[in-house]
Design a protein around this ligand. Structure first.
Ligand code: 13P
Ligand code: SF4
Length: 323
């Protein structure tokens, strides 16, 4: 039997990049959609987005949008948070495989047992976790409000902090609180090479090292400023320094460079010579997948209603506590 090769549903052959930008703009109007993008996305996705931000800002934007469709250019837990906040809206993620290594380190069954082993503890979970973990949590936090949120919890209240051990350790140092920490980590932020960063600093003594709190302690010790992606971006604009070694996913450098074209930004190097300081999950999203998601109104984020309702409460607490 001879089968004529039809153009696959996901074929983009006739569409050139400029047409793609225009086609996405047209779909945005047609769907009444908003495109939210994290700083770790490819530069062309950042350039087509309506709003670029860190996890907290993107959650706030998702909570307040009047759009009918949210196209989330980020990873699964971010789009899932948008869906938790907007059960009646269509939430699209260009590639459903865009997960998160850190979220994966915290499986729900093991976390339920961990929680049961620490009765009386309040559970503060970093937003980089699944909806099931959020549903077992009392308050969600992000890298930009974790310290602020823990400081608002009464001194005598024991706390579990999950799932990132590096952020947990950083919050302990900043608040002086004794947290029970789930031992999860991110493959990107655990992969920076202290040796190569020190070498870079020797080659560029004028450059300031700035880092995300998901990095390991030896990297954070070399940093003159530690913060979320938005905080790093703002710091790099406001600092009188002209050069920076940036220890987080290098997608953020696109905005740093755009907002300060005369400054010099150097991506902190990973241990090996791979491109593994780029988040392999974030980078699964591409401009053509984003276009196809809007055109086909899929892949869509869905989740069981009882999980959504249980996960909503700690997210709302976070939004109230970081207002
Ligand atoms: P932000 O809170 O800076 O957006 O960090 C998100 C993230 O995934 C870091 O790896
Ligand atoms: Fe997850 Fe790490 Fe990627 Fe952030 S950089 S989304 S924590 S895998």
């Amino acid at each position: 039997m001879f089968i004529t090769a039809l153009p696959p549903k996901n074929s983009l052959a006739p569409i050139l990049p400029q047409d793609l930008f225009e086609a996405i703009q047209a779909l945005k109007q047609k769907l009444n959609a908003i495109i939210l993008a994290h700083y770790y996305q490819d530069p062309d996705i950042q350039d087509v987005a309506d709003y670029i931000g860190d996890s907290l800002e993107l959650s706030r934007k998702a909570a307040n949008t009047k759009a009918d469709v949210i196209v989330f250019a980020g990873v699964h837990f971010m789009a899932e948070t948008a869906k938790i906040l907007n059960p009646d809206k269509l939430v699209l993620l260009p590639d459903l495989n865009a997960g998160c290594s850190l979220a994966d380190t915290c499986p729900p069954d093991a976390f339920a047992a961990f929680k049961a082993a620490h009765p009386g503890h309040l559970v503060v979970s970093y937003i980089n976790c699944s909806a099931e973990i959020k549903a077992m949590s009392d308050i969600i936090c992000t890298s930009s409000n974790a310290v602020k949120i823990v400081r608002q919890i009464p001194e005598d209240q024991p706390i579990i902090f999950a799932p990132d051990r590096n952020l947990g350790r950083y919050v302990m140092e900043q608040t002086g609180r004794d947290l029970v920490i789930w031992q999860g980590a991110c493959i990107v932020h655990e992969n920076f090479s202290e040796k190569k960063i020190v070498q870079l600093k020797i080659e560029h003594p004028e450059a300031e090292i700035i880092a995300h709190p998901e990095c390991e302690p030896p990297i954070l010790r070399h940093a003159s400023y530690i913060g979320s992606t938005t905080a790093l971006l703002k710091y790099s604009q406001q600092s009188p320094n002209q050069a920076f070694i940036v220890a987080t996913e290098p997608g953020i450098i696109h905005q740093m460079q755009k907002q300060a074209p005369d400054k010099h930004f150097i991506a902190a190097p990973p241990m090996s010579s791979c491109a593994c300081n780029e988040c392999p999950y974030m980078r699964l999203n591409t401009l053509d997948k984003l276009y196809l998601a809007m055109k086909n109104r899929t892949p869509e984020i869905t989740l069981p209603e009882e999980i959504r309702v249980a996960a909503l409460r700690p997210i709302q607490r976070m939004l109230e506590m970081s207002a």
